[in-house]
Write a protein that binds this ligand. Structure first.
Ligand SMILES: Cc1cc2nc3c(=O)[nH]c(=O)nc-3n(C[C@H](O)[C@H](O)[C@H](O)COP(=O)(O)OP(=O)(O)OC[C@H]3O[C@@H](n4cnc5c(N)ncnc54)[C@H](O)[C@@H]3O)c2cc1C
Length: 401
């Protein structure tokens, strides 16, 4: 079944679970459900773009870190690292190995921001992450290519942080979910019909109405559009993030960890090249189909800042660039996971704000537990629930890249 072409029309008119969006998050939910012997329902995944051309999952930098300010994010990513490391063993069948390239993240802070790294470090260590605090001299000794006069403290974690092939992980989960009986269709959910405080059915762009027991919103940057079709709101916007690949005339002689400059600009080694990005100014919502690269970000901001931080970067050449969309939670830049407070069979898995690929295993596991048992059984994700949207109470993640 896994190798059959995707069909536009579902085989049945009723499913226990309909998942809107079949990329990293939708496929993780589908796979975890399909593996759980306590879940015996029928699952449909509706995906409008089966080549995933514009999915965040395909346009991601695909890195994982444990350096967050909120313990729940540290724990979700610790599980993400374990899942990636043991992927073949956990997923089974002919699942590929997913290699984790552990180069670590390096956060740099000036004196007046050093307390943030200290506070975050305490949270991370408490959760079991291996983050170390480094003085300026210690950073200089490990990474002699940096210019660090303005830096007083850094945090660095070379254990379990780095790059993994999230796209291959998603494809493998999707294939295994299909083998387990989950149905994927190439189609678009254009409407979600309610019967009072229940989601009753989804309507597809091809005209079919499919009744469902539970609807899961896994539609990435389009999360608000999907929620709106059910008459619900979720504070998620599509925000453009451009990534730039450049070559440096003088090699650094060692791997550059994923370095977060105090300006917010990030950069790391990518084989013999380097990958960099920043938060655009202004950082406004964009149209769902706007993927134009803003080259001025590189010329005017990224390059000058990096050339100060790493003097060898004075002589570089841009070799590639692309733009993707963050599903940006404007309330607090944290994921929104769990049921709507009134429409309890509509489940959000949205607003990952740039860290959803690494969190997708924890989200898939958590949402599948909610659907199967009505509660979290492994990691409690309720801090990320929808209630904070209703009460307008941000649960802010400070370490957003
Ligand atoms: C430039 C960039 C860098 C990033 N770097 C990292 C990183 O280093 N680490 C990390 O963990 N995360 C990173 N992220 C974030 C990460 O990629 C996302 O959080 C993650 O991929 C989200 O997965 P998703 O399945 O929720 O969304 P998506 O991958 O966007 O998938 C949503 C899917 O839903 C489908 N869909 C939408 N609406 C409908 C509908 N109505 N009907 C049917 N289908 C629909 C879409 O076609 C899409 O395939 C980055 C993102 C970007 C853009």
């Amino acid at each position: 079944m896994a190798n059959q072409p995707l069909g536009a029309r579902p085989r049945h008119s009723r499913y226990d679970v309909v998942i809107v969006g079949g990329a990293a998050v939708g496929s993780a939910v589908a796979w975890f459900l399909s593996e759980n012997p306590d879940f015996t329902g029928r699952v449909l995944v509706v995906e409008r773009d089966p080549a995933y051309t514009y999915a965040s999952t395909a346009l991601s930098a695909s890195c994982i870190r444990h350096q967050y300010s909120n313990a729940i994010n540290v724990r979700m990513s610790l599980f993400g690292t374990e899942f990636v490391r043991r992927f073949r063993e956990i997923v089974g069948g002919d699942a590929p190995e997913i290699t984790l390239h552990e180069f670590g993240y390096l956060f740099l802070a000036p004196e007046d921001k050093a307390y943030i790294l200290r506070d975050n470090h305490a949270v991370q260590r408490e959760c079991g992450a291996a983050t170390e605090l480094l003085s300026r001299d210690e950073v200089q000794a490990r990474f002699p290519f940096f210019q660090l006069e303005d830096i007083s403290l850094a945090s660095f974690n070379p254990v379990g942080e780095g790059w993994f092939d999230g796209y291959t992980m998603m494809q493998a989960l999707r294939a295994r979910a299909r083998e387990n009986g989950v149905e994927y269709v190439t189609n678009e959910v254009v409407d979600i019909a309610r019967d009072g405080n229940r989601v009753a059915a989804v309507r597809l762009v091809t005209g079919e109405t499919i009744s469902c027991g539970v609807a899961v919103n896994a539609s990435g940057p389009r999360a608000a559009k999907t929620a709106r079709t059910a008459g619900l709101i979720v504070p998620v916007e599509a925000r453009k993030r451009c990534l730039f690949v450049f070559d440096c005339q003088t090699p650094l002689g060692m791997t550059m960890p994923l370095t977060i400059d105090p300006s917010g600009i990030h950069c790391r080694s990518e084989g013999r090249y380097f990958l960099a990005g920043t938060v655009p100014k202004p950082d406004a919502a964009v149209a769902y189909d706007d993927f134009d690269v803003h080259y001025s970000e590189f010329e005017d901001e990224i390059w000058p800042t990096l050339a100060y931080r790493v003097p060898q970067f004075e002589a570089i050449k841009l070799v590639n660039a692309w733009a993707g969309h963050y599903a940006y939670n404007v309330l607090d830049q944290n994921a929104i996971i769990g049921p709507h407070h009134e429409v309890a069979n509509f489940i959000f898995a949205n607003g990952f704000s740039g860290h959803g690929l690494q969190q997708s295993p924890a989200v898939g596991r958590g949402v599948s537990e909610l659907i199967t048992y009505g509660e979290y059984r492994s990691l409690d994700l309720s801090e990320l629930g929808y209630e904070r949207v209703v009460s307008n109470t941000p649960f802010r993640e400070q370490a957003i890249i």
